[in-house]
Write a protein that binds this ligand. Sequence first.
Ligand SMILES: [Zn+2]
Length: 324
Amino acid sequence: MKLKNLYLTTFLISLLVISCAPDDDLEFSEQGREVPAFDSERAVDYIRQQVELGPRVPGTETHRDAMDLYRDHFRSTAGNQAVFVQEFEQVVYGDTLQLYNLIAAFGLEHSDRIVLAAHWDTRPRGEEDPENPELPIPGADDGASGVGVLMEFANIFAEHDLPIGVDIILFDGEDYGEEGDLDNYFLGSRYWSQNPPVAGYAPRFGILLDMVGGEGALFPKEGHSMRFAPSLVNEIWSIADEFGYSDLFIDERGGMIADDHIIVQQYTGIPMINIIHHRVREDGSVAFPPYWHTQDDNMDIIDSTVIQRVGDVVLELIYNRIEP
Ligand SMILES: [Zn+2]
């Protein structure tokens, strides 16, 4: 290759990189603030409480019982006035479902805000389970783990003043769709994004926690998250590296995973990232953990060390890295 061509090529590549760079002006640095401790045992207990209720499948009594559990917990931590349950009805596969998103606002004195989210419903079927493909899954990791971490955050936010406002959102109906039928996944995040409870709501960013408590967890940098908010992803992964957790938050490009964060970003423009247990196979396809969408997604695979590390990293980000 001639040198002139090399320069031209380099120039064209740099143009391409610049034009592909997302609109991400999020900035982070150490703020020297004290960070409260995360109690993974309490988070695991919240996961157990959900699993013991049974599968949280939309349209079932257990689903309503679980919403009562969340409502009570977030009212007792955020306060009655700071919790809103967004109820809506949707017909899916011929069934009329009552669905519920829960929103709990912490640090109401701050107009500057961020979002933390997880889906709370569990899948009505476990098609990856060769023996029981029709049975609803327990959803200890796929559903309960993200919510358990957020419930423990609520305890902390209630007791330790936040440097920024935090809205916790539990989305319903994330995992309802039949395989490949993406229109019937993400029911709650789609409804919330299209019917925002607060007009003009514009938090700085969002973090979605999905399957954050399973044994053998690996969190590569999920592909859409790297499109929406690369500096947020890189900050979280660099905190994890500082804490010695780089074997969990691995510095590798992950797969492009369809999840609530895409819906939120598409409809609202809020840059939302996803911390999700998965890996990329050699052929480039995405693999979820072996217990995923099976009866094995139960308390036996919950690993309190994984949960502790997720809690440590996200709390460090919220309390000590966000620039005023
Ligand atoms: Zn799932």
